[in-house]
Write a protein that binds this ligand. Structure first.
Ligand SMILES: [Zn+2]
Length: 392
């Protein structure tokens, strides 16, 4: 952290009117926010809120705390949503992640993220440049041209989607042009273990993944242990209950909520909509920062039942304890303007006390009262939650 949190909050409250209004709405004064824990008194800002703020008060919704002319770049992501880039080296803080993946000065790196309007291309270019890497700004598409350039230039590093690296290796095979990519930093889509293995078998010795968003930049990255994503030290990350917005203990699944620690943009208590959990046991690599266990889904998949979010993941974790249930689906209905939650189960072999045990576990583990109904059949691809409510 470059400056005390209280000073940062005071500055943002003075220069970003939308942030001042958020504090006020929460009944807080800037002086009340000293420690990271104090931030939890500010309600989580959702991405939808950000779109609304920007629409009402374009372009940055009153959250920019410096003149627009002082920025380095401005991006537009789908929404549309505008993201300001502070004018300083590596403003999205990816260098630490790339360094942990083995990127060094003098590496020749293909950056296969898009450079047009959206931030990823420029974000990673900044991180690579901060390390002294030489960047081939590939963007997405023109695979044959990219492969020819990689071959001719001896590109030894790759930043982009893991699936796109595989496509480039396939194209190189097809063209008979050997590549020398030996390290890759991948993000923006899941990296299945099978794909990591395949890339390694095809010569990319180190394949590491990271996690971030268009608004926040680097939020986590793998070390050599490849066991979770170390949280960078230059950002505050909380894992919060999707209903209350309050921080959860290590190990519990909740929303990744981010506070950026810089003076340009008042992104404070921003809910990414991504689900993860923190683990705090020391890592074999020696870094002391906690790790995110990985990407565990989207908050947006949750359904509001009786005013509380119910996430498919909560149900899945609960149902792991009931191996005797072959298939299940939670059904949300509405009678007399009241939501009802029923768990349909296919469990022909289960003893008669199954219903009671399910109800009890639901109350304890996911804090929902539900009815249980045994059914003869559910389709194998039945989604975890079926919402049958109508709002007429
Ligand atoms: Zn580690």
């Amino acid at each position: 952290m470059t400056e005390p949190l209280s000073e940062l909050i005071a500055y943002l409250a003075e220069h970003a009117p939308a942030f001042a209004r958020r504090l006020q709405a929460a009944g807080l004064t800037p002086e009340e926010i000293h420690r990271p824990e104090d931030l939890s008194r500010i309600p989580v800002l959702r991405k939808d809120d950000l779109v609304d703020l920007q629409t009402a008060d374009p372009p940055f919704g009153g959250m920019l705390a410096v003149p627009m002319q002082a920025l380095k770049r401005i991006f537009q992501s789908p929404g549309p949503i505008y993201e300001p880039e502070p004018n300083r080296p590596d403003p999205w803080r990816w260098a630490s992640a790339l360094e942990a993946a083995g990127f060094r000065a003098g590496d020749i790196v293909l950056n296969a993220f898009g450079y047009h309007l959206t931030p990823a291309g420029a974000m990673f270019e900044e991180g690579l440049r901060a390390l002294g890497c030489v960047v081939l700004p590939g963007g997405v598409g023109n695979q044959e041209q990219q492969v020819r350039a990689m071959h001719a230039l001896g590109v030894n590093g790759y930043v982009g989607l893991p699936s796109y690296l595989k496509a480039l290796l396939d194209k190189a095979d097809e063209l008979g042009l050997p590549l020398q990519v030996e390290k890759a930093f991948v993000t923006a889509e899941p990296l299945p273990p099978s794909l990591r293995r395949e890339l390694q078998e095809r010569g990319v010795i180190v394949v590491r993944q990271g996690y971030g968003t268009a608004e926040c930049g680097n939020l986590g990255y793998e070390c050599e242990a490849e066991d979770g994503w170390h949280v960078p030290e230059d950002v505050l990350i909380q894992i919060c209950d999707i209903n209350t917005g309050q921080p959860l203990p290590p190990g519990e699944v909740g929303e990744v909520v981010v506070t950026l620690l810089h003076r340009e943009y008042a992104l404070v208590r921003f809910g990414t909509g991504d689900l993860s959990a923190l683990h705090t046991e020391p890592c074999t690599c020696g870094r002391s920062t906690p790790r995110l266990v990985g990407w565990l889904g989207r908050v947006g998949d949750a359904v509001k039942v009786r005013g509380m979010f119910l996430h498919p993941r909560q149900l899945r974790e609960m149902m792991v304890r009931f191996p005797e249930v072959e298939r299940w689906q939670a059904v949300v209905t509405r009678h007399d303007h009241k939501d009802e939650l029923t768990l349909e189960v296919v469990a022909p072999e289960a003893p008669p006390d199954l219903e009671e045990r399910l109800k009890h576990t639901a109350r304890e583990a996911i804090k929902f009262r539900l009815q249980v109904r045994r059914v003869d059949h559910l389709p194998p691809d039945a989604p975890p939650i079926r919402d049958e409510r109508t709002w007429e």
